[in-house]
Design a protein around this ligand. Structure first.
Ligand code: AMP
Length: 284
């Protein structure tokens, strides 16, 4: 596996790969790899001849009171994991090469970036779409793989790709979970042993919501209330949002149907922000 840090070198490698007739798959990440990330890389290997994983803790998608300074980072650890997964290029640009002092462009997607994490984290999706647009131009992928764990992010990226005519196929990968049900996340590393039960309230809340939805008699409001009550039984948990939305438009659902997704964001101990989601009528 080759390590690339310069945007110009990355783009020149990507151009060469394309000229050789190879297809390129990109997996954008912020590092501290776990099985969720690695499964995205394996998916990229399945569909593309060459796989680029980007590792960049993107400062412009963090709010001023968020965890940018503490975000877990260990390049050597991540290099070993990516190499063992068969990644061809680990692209880890420096912050200053991504955002020079003269940088003054923002990619803003309207509609699907509003509400949910868009409300809870003002400016977050502008940071995401701006960096992903740059990564697309630097790595020139045919395919880019994103996790359904960040459900709204996936919708925002799809909208950007459609609107800006990026010739890239966006591939969604299902959420990878711990055996406990906890959705894998780099931020799980902040959880202490005593936080585990509180953290599990998200996936348990989703399981409860799915049971209620399967029954068909529960309303959207009833399901949301029930999940909120369960989660708030844990003193450490503060619900940021619980919403049931249409998977494509992200519009709030009046009724549950096969396209309804429950999305949750919960803060543990006022600091560790966890998200999770699931289609309500799906079996897994
Ligand atoms: P991050 O490094 O957290 O920005 O995530 C990089 C990519 O990995 C995003 O597309 C995430 O949606 C995806 N991802 C993170 N956690 C998981 C997970 N548990 N299962 C599947 N994909 C994930």
């Amino acid at each position: 596996m080759k390590i690339v840090t310069s945007p110009a070198e990355m783009q020149s490698i990507a151009l060469d790969l394309r000229q050789q007739g190879r297809t390129v798959g990109l997996v954008p990440t912020m590092g501290w790899f776990h099985e969720g990330h690695l499964s995205l890389m394996r998916k990229a290997k399945d569909v593309a001849d060459s796989v680029i994983t980007s590792l960049f803790v993107n400062p412009i998608q963090f709010g001023p009171s968020e965890d940018l300074d503490n975000y877990p980072y260990d390049l050597e650890r991540d290099k070993a994991l990516a190499a063992a997964t068969g990644v061809d290029f680990l692209y880890a640009p420096e912050k200053d090469s991504m955002y020079t002092d003269a940088f003054s462009t923002t990619v803003h997607v309207e509609g699907v970036s509003e509400g949910l994490c868009g409300d809870a984290r003002p400016g977050h999706f502008d940071g995401v779409t701006t960096v992903v647009a740059k990564l697309f131009n630097q790595t020139l992928p045919h395919f880019a793989v994103f996790g359904q764990k960040d459900f709204q992010q996936l919708a925002v990226i799809r909208q950007m790709v459609r609107d800006l005519d990026f010739p890239i196929e966006i591939i969604a990968h299902p959420i990878v979970r711990e055996s406990s049900g906890l959705a894998m996340s780099s931020r799980n590393t902040y959880l202490k042993d005593e936080d585990q039960d509180a953290a599990l309230s998200l996936s348990r809340g989703i399981a409860n919501a799915k049971e209620l939805a399967a029954d068909r008699s529960a309303t959207v409001e009833k399901i949301k209330q029930s999940v909120q009550q369960d989660i708030e039984k844990h003193q450490a948990c503060e619900v940021e949002y619980i919403e049931i939305v249409n998977a494509t438009s992200l519009a709030v659902c009046d009724n549950i149907d096969s396209e309804s997704v429950i999305l949750l964001a919960v803060k543990i101990n006022n600091s560790i922000r966890l998200i999770d989601n699931s289609f309500l009528l799906a079996s897994s």
